[in-house]
Ligand binder design. Structure first.
Ligand SMILES: Cc1cc2nc3c(=O)[nH]c(=O)nc-3n(C[C@H](O)[C@H](O)[C@H](O)COP(=O)(O)OP(=O)(O)OC[C@H]3O[C@@H](n4cnc5c(N)ncnc54)[C@H](O)[C@@H]3O)c2cc1C
Length: 436
């Protein structure tokens, strides 16, 4: 048995596959995703030879992502470092100065505006982005955008599995430099391949990408429809996860003309039922190996205003040059914030990724390896809290429980979930904020 192939199989069989798509993209058709609306797992259809198997294993972001080694490779000890944020040169609240993009985007259009600016300046010839499929409008689809319109069409967050790195053959054959947008697990794989000198990723010159708390299975969309009394996701004409004024709505338009919509914070009720198991072991909230990474500016002062605000982390020297020039060109607005404000804005996510994930990994039979030591600031109560959370999540993921929730009116569940979240945050405030 080939050891690399064996490792890959273990990742798939033990729930560690991130679905980044790299093994599929590199495999010359030997590995394929089978059921993208179901478990969305890679299936090894034809055994790769030893050399290819080694390559596939090297690219895999499921098990081994050596954070200190990638830190060194990407940033070469340049910039500031914080254990929660990774390497950074600047922390900002920002938004695109193009109001149409700002409104159409996930939070404030920083990623879309940056990609268009790079294209217009001739610094790239294309951008790897994730749009929606034209033929199957319920599914997302990665592509290389070569015009501003194609970049704008990919704006907005898609909260279901996206195997962007399936596009590796197109990326390899693309004539010219590229910017790349992907989730942290997808970026981990890209950086691993760049560090190993893979020709498939040599075109990628900039990584401008979103934060990620977690992602969901497609079953979340199916469940959302069922709760609204619709059975067939193939009748979807258009789906947007952040439609309208920030923070936006999950909005599904059916071919029949019916529209189902819930505010983002209410649609978040789908999270505990449909989140991907691998995400509970991820320790990278803010896409630490990018040039610039962008999340939502979750703070009452911005949430009250609507409009769209992002928390922007400028990380690399390249990223800093781009950001500064874009501000001078009047493309984006960036206001510096200090590290305490930055952590406070995402304290829930940092606690979850930088403490919760470590507790979960320690308790798991088969866990990822990040070459990062177990944090010292985890109290006994925090560990106890993790046990309770695990129990709640296990119950909520049971098929029968999911089915019961599908029978309840989604608007009511959304409101109850949102209120419960506020109560839960208050209840767990001390345990989660302690020593953060
Ligand atoms: C699954 C997911 C989870 C997230 N979780 C959090 C969170 O917990 N906290 C937080 O602050 N922010 C989170 N974000 C980031 C946030 O939703 C916005 O994407 C981010 O603020 C960038 O906003 P923007 O307006 O600049 O992006 P836009 O200008 O709208 O551009 C978004 C870009 O992201 C790409 N993209 C969208 N969805 C995906 C995807 N699923 N996979 C790969 N690429 C994609 C598109 O190609 C597009 O180019 C998450 C995003 C995603 C996709």
């Amino acid at each position: 048995m080939n050891q690399a192939l064996d490792n890959l199989r273990k990742v798939i069989d033990n729930g560690l596959c991130t679905r980044c798509g790299s093994c599929v993209g590199l495999s010359e058709g030997k590995i394929q995703f089978t059921d993208k609306t179901g478990k969305y797992l890679p299936l090894i259809r034809q055994k790769p030879d030893n050399e290819l198997a080694e390559k596939l294993w090297e690219s895999c972001s499921g098990k081994k992502v050596d954070f200190p080694a990638l830190e060194q490779f990407v940033f070469n000890d340049q910039g500031n470092y914080h254990q929660y944020l990774g390497t950074y040169r600047g922390l900002y609240i920002g938004f695109s100065r193009d109001n149409i993009i700002r409104r159409k985007a996930g939070s404030a259009g920083i990623i879309t505006t940056t990609l268009i600016w790079l294209l217009n300046k001739g610094l790239i010839k294309g951008a790897v982005v994730l749009g929606m499929s034209e033929t199957e409008p319920w599914m997302n689809k990665p592509y290389i955008a070569t015009t501003p319109d194609e970049i704008i069409n990919a704006a907005q967050s898609k909260y279901t599995i996206s195997s962007v790195n399936e596009l590796l053959p197109e990326i390899k054959n693309f004539k010219g430099d590229l910017a790349y947008v992907g989730l942290p697990c997808q970026v981990h794989s890209i950086r691993k391949m760049q560090a190993a000198g893979f020709p498939e990723v040599k075109n990628i010159k900039y990584i401008i990408a979103p934060f990620c708390g977690l992602n969901l299975h497609f079953s979340s969309v199916i469940s959302f429809l069922k709760a609204h009394g619709e059975k067939n996701y193939r009748e979807i004409k258009n789906i947007q996860y952040r439609h309208g004024e920030w923070p936006g709505n999950m909005r599904v338009e059916m071919k029949s003309g019916k529209i189902f919509q819930l505010p983002k914070f209410h649609a978040n009720y789908l999270i505990p039922f449909h989140m991907i198991k691998r995400c509970i072991y991820c320790i990278d909230a803010s896409n630490e190996f990018t040039d610039i990474s962008v999340g939502d500016a979750w703070a009452p002062v911005y949430e009250k205003r609507g409009e769209g605000f992002s928390f922007v982390i400028v990380r690399s020297e390249k990223g800093e040059k781009i950001a500064q020039q874009m501000v001078r060109d009047g493309e984006i607005d960036l206001q510096p914030i200090d590290i305490q404000q930055a952590i406070k804005m995402h304290s829930h996510m940092y606690d979850n990724k930088k403490r919760g994930a470590f507790i979960r990994m320690k308790r798991a039979r088969f866990a990822p390896y990040y070459n990062v030591s177990f944090p010292e600031n985890i109290s006994f109560n925090r560990k106890l809290f993790e046990t309770a959370l695990n129990l709640i999540n296990t119950i909520l993921r049971m098929k029968v429980v999911i089915r019961i929730f599908e029978l309840l009116p989604p608007r009511t569940i959304g409101i109850v979930f949102d209120r419960f979240k506020v109560f839960w945050k208050k209840l767990t405030y001390n345990v989660k904020r302690n020593k953060l």
